[in-house]
Design a protein around this ligand. Structure first.
Ligand code: GAL
Length: 638
């Protein structure tokens, strides 16, 4: 597969006289794909039932005539104003009970059947018009499910839908009472339609209630998406895509991904560093204009799994964004570095957001490849360079990594419902493990928790996996590789209760967790030999050999043969030790990379990405600031 470039374009936001020149310049820049129409509903159907498609027909013609491939979008993330008059109760409601108003975007509740019907209707109209159009080479459904905290809604329609979801799941309300333990605090229900949404309660609601609501909210996204998939499948054979986001875990992306052909995500490295990641001031200062060296790669690997091997970057940051607390510009070289890093992780397409900076409205301070006056912005030259380089390099292939990390969305819902410690965040734990693997120079595959075969993986990490299915436990215990579980493995049931106390947590290891503790950042437990346990520690009981122990609080890592259990949250040094020892045991060669340097293998190529703002020496070679290096057969090409 030879990767290609794309761009996000809004013909409806520009004078039609500019389109042809835009299209020509896109092609000259090395762009192949152009994504259009995801926010164009008010221009397509200004008045209900009265469609104006002629402008879009002309835009598609201009773009395709220039040689571009169109990604057509359904515009359902931005319902027009008349839709609110039609369905006044379609607005999502926040946890404080306030409806979220019209005036920006994503102002809908996933449970509103009337709105879903209108989404199906507009999708059908688009499918009828463009489904068989050979100029449309892919479809994007909606835009960024979950953006602006929009998955969970406490609306009346959500309440009614939740009640019927509960009735289907539990059949008998007494079964629900028992499963949730509603006898505690006299919370028992007589009827499903008495069960309210778990907000505005006097103190915390029952965690089982919250967990059910989180599962329901995720299922609503899957069904919402599926309604449009069904329409498009009947009309076209080209791939269907959604553009997911960074660090959004509010719905099960693997389940949405099952219905689609390609996963894509929107990568804003500098915005994420300041807006969406924990990190010391020193770390955030060192990578202020480059982004975190592991954040993008983590999502590339995650979405490669969500897309069952096929994935794109649908939106790539090309310059400063507008939405983070602070919005510095990328250092020279970073737009190229981010693009190549995605490609090295298997992206079929890297598409820049957006073609030209908008001079109006919410995102007027957000860079594009062009400035509002049509002159090239700073990212343009680097995008064009990537375009030339990918053509010169030719096809890239991906091969299975030695190391896998299991990622499970419901685990995030479980731990965010019952963190039991303010810092217990599932993504944060997973990301700390991922970082350690990358510091050790590894390429990583991320797998869903539905995986049951791990053939070819030498090392499998599954930190913080809640509610572990025994078939997954068995598969991990029986794989030929080394599986490292814990902390909190299998410590909750589906209903967020404690499993039967007499059962060992991890049967194959015969380990029991005697108690769990969480602690603030001011406290840690020193581990003999280096590193410490932070945030969370379990007191483990059982005959499994101790592999790492704290100075005063017992075992931190136990295990034998192919199964280890981690009884705490490792700090950076402990993770590094753990990864080194585990890799050594299974015959994986590791290194310890300098802070900003990361590696990725893609078939016969090895890439090195230097996120540092200065040059870095490693393994007898020098890597310039913000640069990409490339080897094949041991020879450095770049
Ligand atoms: C994404 C979104 C785009 C645009 C962009 C700005 O979240 O999909 O429409 O808003 O962010 O960075």
């Amino acid at each position: 597969m030879i990767p290609t470039l794309g761009v996000c374009y809004y013909p409806e936001q520009w004078d039609e006289a500019m389109w042809a020149n835009d299209a020509t310049r896109m092609v000259e820049t090395g762009i192949t794909w152009v994504r259009i129409a995801e926010f164009a509903w008010s221009r397509l159907e200004k008045i209900e039932g009265q469609f104006t498609f002629e402008w879009l027909d002309r835009a598609i013609a201009v773009l395709a005539d220039a040689g571009l491939k169109v990604v057509m979008c359904t515009p359902t993330a931005t319902p027009p104003r008349w839709m609110i008059d039609k369905h006044p109760d379609m607005l999502a409601v926040d946890a404080d009970g306030n409806p979220r108003k019209f005036g920006s975007r994503r102002h809908y509740c996933f449970s509103h059947q009337g709105y879903i019907d209108d989404c199906v209707r507009i999708t059908q109209v688009l499918a009828d018009r463009y489904g068989a159009d050979p100029r449309v080479h892919a479809w994007q459904i909606d835009n960024e499910y979950g953006c602006h905290d929009t998955i969970v809604s406490y609306s009346d329609v959500a309440r009614v839908a939740f009640q019927s979801w509960l009735a289907q799941r539990y059949i008998d309300v007494d079964a629900l009472n028992t499963a949730w333990g509603n006898v505690f605090w006299s919370m028992e229900y007589d009827r499903f339609d008495h069960i309210d949404l778990p907000n505005l309660t006097v103190t915390e609601p029952n965690p089982a209630h919250v967990m059910a609501f989180r599962r329901f909210s995720s299922d609503q996204v899957v069904s919402f998406n599926r309604a449009q998939v069904d329409v498009l499948r009947a009309a076209t054979d080209v791939p269907l895509i959604h553009n997911y986001m960074g660090r959004i875990l509010d719905f099960d992306h693997f389940e949405v991904g099952e219905d689609l052909d390609i996963a894509s995500w929107d990568s804003y490295p500098i915005g994420f560093l300041s807006d969406r990641l924990e990190g010391s001031d020193a770390h955030k200062t060192a990578f202020l204009q480059q982004g975190d060296p592991d954040m993008q790669a983590f999502h590339h690997d995650l979405y490669r799994a969500v897309g069952k091997g096929r994935w794109w970057v649908m939106e790539q940051q090309p310059g400063p964004v507008n939405w983070a607390p602070y919005n510095p510009a990328p250092l020279d070289g970073m737009v190229r570095l981010w693009s190549w890093e995605a490609i090295a992780h298997g992206a079929e397409v890297v598409s820049y957001f957006r073609w030209r900076q908008a001079p109006v409205a919410q995102e007027q301070m957000h860079a594009g490849l062009l400035r509002p006056d049509d002159t090239p912005a700073v990212g343009m030259a680097e995008a064009a360079q990537v375009g030339r380089e990918i053509t010169a390099l030719g096809p890239l292939v991906q091969k299975q990594a030695d190391v896998a990390l299991i990622f499970d969305y419901p685990s995030d819902w479980a731990w965010s419902t019952m963190p039991q410690g303010a810092d217990f965040d599932y993504f944060r734990l997973m990301f700390s493990a991922y970082r350690a693997l990358r510091r050790a120079g590894q390429s990583v595959d991320i797998l869903p928790s539905t995986a049951r075969t791990f053939d070819g993986y030498k090392l499998i990490l599954a930190p913080g996996l809640a509610n572990t299915d025994p078939t997954l436990m068995d598969a991990l215990a029986n794989t030929t590789g080394l599986a490292v579980l814990g902390p909190r493995t299998a410590t909750v049931t589906d209903e967020l209760g404690i499993p039967k106390l007499s059962q060992p947590v991890v049967a194959n290891l015969n380990i029991e967790i005697e108690l769990s503790e969480s602690f603030p950042p001011t406290h840690h437990r020193t581990v003999k030999g280096g590193g410490c346990v932070v945030h969370w520690m379990e007191k483990l009981r059982g005959p499994a050999p101790v592999l790492m122990e704290t100075t005063h609080h017992g075992a931190a890592l136990v295990g034998a043969d192919g199964l280890w259990y981690l009884g705490g949250w490792p700090d950076r040094e402990m993770w590094d030790r753990l990864v080194a020892v585990a890799a050594d045991k299974v015959g994986i060669a590791t290194t310890l990379l300098p802070d900003g340097l990361r590696l990725r293998t893609a078939g016969k190529y090895t890439f090195a990405f230097n996120y540092s703002a200065h040059s870095v020496d490693w393994d007898g070679q020098t890597f310039a600031a913000c640069s990409v290096a490339l080897w094949t057969d041991g020879n450095r090409v770049w």
